[in-house]
Design a protein around this ligand. Structure first.
Ligand SMILES: [Zn+2]
Length: 382
């Protein structure tokens, strides 16, 4: 992932939402509790860091518009800005924090230590805690404890929660802070799906939505930033990124195509079964699922497979709904059309539910190969 955009004008898309937030900061009326909602890759985390810089910047620059509107900005070079910007690569920061935890001496210490990222004494970033990838009570306890102290070096204490998946006790605990947030505190909660949050949490936050970018805009962005990628591939990536600029720029088409080849085995196998071929042969299917092992690598591979499978299933639904122009896997259109004549709506719905189940099993850290095999068996038996 690249560094943060140099200015708010370099942030891609959603300019109305960004203006609204900058105006609120400049006027000193940014809500204490804010939900930034939007699809993965829409720039929620990037924008949250930029907002934090605008709030904490030592120089507090403003963009003044001819209509008198004042928009908060950041200098990007002061000691507050640079420290906050150092957390731009969230994945890397989480990996570092996890590595530190793994080096702790005793099992008890490792168990009690929560993953937290602190680029600045007054800015705390709280990611879902691995391996369950949920925000846990210990993390929210740290937030509560720090929220009670005045900021050290900057105007505010800022807490960025990078996902909306909480352990129940953690969510209840967060609610207490949101009920009466101290004046010097800003909580920014990033959510792909705000519906996942407790209604009581949602009702105490202002929600700002970041929408997906149109396919054409992402294609233009790719042409500009990744001219090395052949045009046909850029067209495909723009659709597969589903409106997420960040995702499009970092898209690994080779890895996606590999995962999709496996996902297609599921669909071809199911199609062979339901078209009534005498004795369906599941060899290819189980040979494929066998290559998915437990462990961190297996988990990543399985997640990639499930994501591509769920995109393929959605594409089949789009074909079924008579809207082929919305297809994402455009390069596979002939095959998807063939599959669509064989696999009916009920099968696709059932398969989508199965994908959701395996995904939530992964989140609970069950044995991956086991749940994937069970899923394959379930699909093959119909
Ligand atoms: Zn600054």
């Amino acid at each position: 992932m690249p560094a943060l955009p140099a200015t708010f004008n370099d942030f891609l898309g959603n300019s109305a939402a960004v203006e609204h937030l900058r105006t609120a900061i400049a006027a000193g009326r940014l809500p204490h509790s804010l939900i930034l909602a939007g699809p993965s890759g829409a720039g929620k985390y990037t924008l949250a860091l930029m907002l934090a810089m605008a709030i904490e910047c030592e120089r507090q620059p403003r963009d003044l518009w001819s209509n008198g509107q004042s928009l908060a900005s950041f200098c990007g070079v002061c000691h507050n800005c640079t420290r906050i910007a150092s957390a731009a690569n969230l994945e890397e920061e989480v990996d570092k924090a996890v590595a530190i935890r793994e080096e702790l001496k005793t099992e008890a210490d490792r168990k009690d230590t929560r993953v937290l990222i602190q680029p600045h004494p007054d800015v705390l970033i709280i990611p879902p805690d691995p391996p369950q990838l949920l925000i846990k009570l210990g993390q929210i306890r740290t937030l509560i404890q720090r929220a009670h102290y005045l900021p050290n070096e900057a105007p505010k204490r800022i807490f960025i929660l990078t996902a909306s998946s909480f352990m129940k006790e953690a969510a209840n605990s967060l609610l207490k802070v949101l009920e009466e947030p101290p004046d010097t505190v800003n909580v920014i909660l990033l959510a792909e799906n705000p519906g996942e949050l407790l209604p009581t949490i949602r009702s105490r936050c202002a929600t700002v939505r970041l929408g997906a970018l149109p396919v054409e805009e992402i294609e233009m962005l790719l042409a500009d930033r990744r001219p090395d990628v052949p045009q046909q591939q850029r067209t495909l990536i723009a659709r597969l990124a589903q409106g997420a600029a960040g995702k499009a720029l970092g898209f690994d088409l080779a890895a996606y195509t590999a995962a999709r080849a496996d996902a297609l085995i599921f669909l071809r196998n199911a199609a062979a079964t339901s078209s009534g071929n005498a004795e369906p042969d599941h060899t290819a299917l189980f040979k494929m699922t066998e290559t998915y092992r437990a462990g961190a690598e297996g988990q990543q591979k399985t997640s990639a497979l499930l994501r591509t499978l769920s995109l393929l299933l959605e594409d089949l639904l789009l074909l079924g709904a008579g809207t082929p122009e919305l297809l994402r896997n455009t390069d596979l259109r002939p095959e998807l059309e063939r599959l669509n004549t064989i696999l009916n709506f009920a099968w696709i719905e059932n398969a989508s539910r199965g994908v959701d189940q395996v995904q939530s099993g992964l989140r609970r850290n069950l044995l991956r190969s086991l749940s994937l095999d069970a899923f394959a068996g379930q699909l093959a038996s119909r």
